[in-house]
Write a new protein. Structure first.
Length: 258
């Protein structure tokens, strides 16, 4: 069974309010809390309420299986329609879900605050599908089941790299990070903080690829390739999901007044 994730993983001038207010560590957007609750509920139901046979059927119905897309759709059920997204809510164990949940809180919160709930849900679905089909492309016809939110989390990491880290120095602050101008791809790659973070993230996935286990590995094969496809989607195409520059300027002005 391949466990995605957790198995692991410029517009305008860069200005910000002079004295950002303190933000509670766990002051998470409601939509993100709901997503985390769904992930936990799904795991608890699958672990404690389903028999072994029912759990197998559960994985077949909601997990992503590359083999499905090597078989004519007319010869199977409709699971191929929803599993490219639903697999991201399934996890292989407590360590797996904790690992993804922590990274989701860290990077999902600023992205959700920046783009809003509807755009965030769209980004979740697209990044889950891109991660899954990227994995399927490299494992065509494989019958193993892909589960976990790591591909989505990786996409959120890539998206956050485009705006959350100030381009001209300074540290990320949770109360204003989502209000900073979006950096172009080249600007982000020249941002020292983004570059170091990306290189460390890539190193972690290279270690996974060569078989060195990291925290969050629950014993199954880690879908490091899904992480890569997710990160690339979030980093390269974040502008398609982002709000307009004018919208961010208005929100930043209102934030400063408040």
């Amino acid at each position: 069974m391949a466990h995605d994730e957790g198995d692991i993983p410029g517009h305008g001038e860069n200005t910000s309010p002079a004295a950002p207010p303190k933000t509670p560590v766990f002051n998470l957007p409601g939509a993100l809390v709901a997503i985390l609750a769904i992930m936990v509920a799904v795991h608890l139901i699958a672990t404690y309420l389903l028999s072994d046979e029912s759990y197998g059927y559960f994985l077949f119905t909601f997990g992503f299986i590359p083999l499905r897309y090597a078989i004519p759709f007319s010869q199977q059920g409709l699971e191929w329609l929803w599993t490219p997204v639903t697999y991201s809510f399934l996890h292989g164990g407590i360590e797996h879900i904790l690992f993804n949940g922590l990274w989701l809180m860290a990077f999902g919160a600023p992205v959700l605050r920046r783009i809003g709930t509807l755009r965030f849900i769209l980004l979740w679905c697209v990044s889950a599908a891109v991660s899954a089909f990227g994995h399927a492309w490299l494992h065509w016809g494989d019958e193993t089941v892909l589960i976990g939110a790591s591909g989505v989390v990786s996409a959120l990491m890539g998206a956050a790299c485009r705006f959350a880290f100030p381009a001209r120095g300074g540290r990320y602050h949770p109360s204003i990070g989502h209000l900073l101008p979006r950096q172009s791809i080249l600007q982000a790659l020249s941002n020292r903080t983004v570059l170091i973070f990306t290189l460390m993230w890539l190193l972690g996935n290279v270690l996974i690829a060569v078989g060195i286990p990291l925290f969050g590995d629950v014993g199954g094969e880690v879908a490091w390739d899904a992480h890569i496809f997710g990160f690339m989607l979030g980093f390269l195409f974040f502008a398609l999901f982002d709000r307009s520059a004018r919208s961010h300027a208005d929100r930043q002005q209102n934030h400063s007044i408040d």
